[in-house]
Write a protein that binds this ligand. Structure first.
Ligand code: KG4
Ligand code: ZN
Length: 345
């Protein structure tokens, strides 16, 4: 009789920015718990994440988050097979809290330590969402720090087809939101406001939409918004924030959809996934869905909780690294500028 394979339980830690999260993930794709403690309310008063405060908050809550994650999963530390942790990119102090915590757990429990790239984690959120999903596929990675079109060849094997030449997509959302007085983080605020506006009211550029590559640029669009707002103030012309939000969002989404569909067509890949915080955007989700239906491309988008920072996605990526035996020593460091290319084979 065939022996049933032992279940592998990964305890995963994510602390790269302003969310302290610990998850317990079984066999890569089954999330037993995914506890997220967000610091957003603390940072909102400052209009963005304050790195020093972020590190301190992580330290304050990480023990509680661990207890909660174990309790929700109904397991104890003795049941855990390995510890996975985000080791970059992100805020160095914030990353260090998670990395140090993971190292002490791995040392005490005598279990392997698995370093995970944060963006790889975002891509892997799709494996949790769609249990049947397998590489190869295209992934559009859009977060506060990244805008990449990635060719996912295999587990842990990526080719970057294109990326932003300046601002990340989420950064543009946050900066435009700030310009019109919305609170941090700006992405969800623009998303909400845009629903009430006219997306054709203000003419904004679709930067690099026709270039013969898969790269993006968002700083020109951000400047166009700033110029529009300044000019309106100087000429005493009023405009509706709702219209600006809708027009800006349409300009971003037009470029994202056009370049990503082009990548799918030119690589002949019929599966597309979205990853990172901006994939929570309701208008993008709808527009990409329509475009994929037209082109007969299967689209996978993580549920909202798996789009933004969480440890379950790190646990999923950690599982596939575990299968390959990609473990770190206890001198593992945090790498704030870790590139996805660094782990691409
Ligand atoms: O992936 P993430 O949670 O953290 C990073 O790794 O950066 O992404 C955060 C970014 C922020 O810029 C935030 O404004 C954006 O994702 N975001 C959104 C939405 N929800 C979060 N942008 C547009 N629409 C949303 N609904
Ligand atoms: Zn992220």
């Amino acid at each position: 009789m065939e022996e049933k394979q032992k279940d592998i339980l990964i305890l995963a830690i994510e602390s790269s920015c302003d969310e302290t999260s610990i998850a317990i993930v079984k066999n890569g794709r089954e999330v037993l718990s995914n506890v997220i403690s967000s610091q957003i309310d603390t940072h909102r008063a400052f209009g963005g994440v304050v790195p020093e405060i972020a590190s301190r908050k992580h330290i304050e809550v990480i023990d509680i988050v661990l207890d909660e994650a174990l309790e929700q999963a109904n397991v104890t530390l003795k049941d855990i097979d390995a510890i996975a942790v985000t080791y970059g990119p992100g805020l160095v102090g914030a990353l260090l809290v998670g990395v140090s915590y993971a190292k002490s757990l791995a040392y005490t429990l005598k279990k392997p330590l698995i370093p995970v790239h944060h963006i790889e984690g975002h891509i892997y959120a799709n494996y949790i969402e769609d249990k049947e999903l397998k590489p190869p596929f295209i992934s559009l990675v859009i977060s506060g720090g990244h805008t990449h079109i990635v060719y996912v060849e295999d587990y842990g094997k990526f080719k970057i087809l294109g990326k932003t030449r300046d601002d990340a997509c989420g950064e543009a959302f946050d900066k435009v939101a700030r310009t019109i007085g919305l609170s941090y983080p700006g992405g969800p605020e623009i998303d909400k406001l845009a629903k009430l506006g006219d997306k054709y009211a203000i003419d904004l550029p679709r930067v690099m939409i026709d270039t013969n590559d898969y790269d993006f640029s968002f700083s020109g669009l951000k400047s166009a918004v700033l110029n529009f707002v300044n000019k309106s103030e100087m000429t005493n012309t009023s405009f509706k924030n709702e219209d600006l939000a809708a027009s800006f969002q349409q300009a971003v989404v037009d470029v994202l959809v056009s370049k990503t569909i082009k990548a799918c067509k030119e690589t002949n890949l019929k599966v597309l996934t979205l990853a990172g915080g901006v994939s929570a955007n309701s208008f993008l989700r709808e527009s990409m869905k329509n475009a994929c239906e037209k082109e007969n491309i299967k689209l996978c988008i993580p549920s909202l909780k798996l789009c933004t920072d969480n440890a379950a996605m790190i646990g999923c990526a950690g599982y596939y690294e575990y299968l390959k035996g990609n473990f770190a020593d206890l001198d593992l460091n945090a790498y704030p500028n870790l590139k996805l290319d660094n782990i691409a084979i």
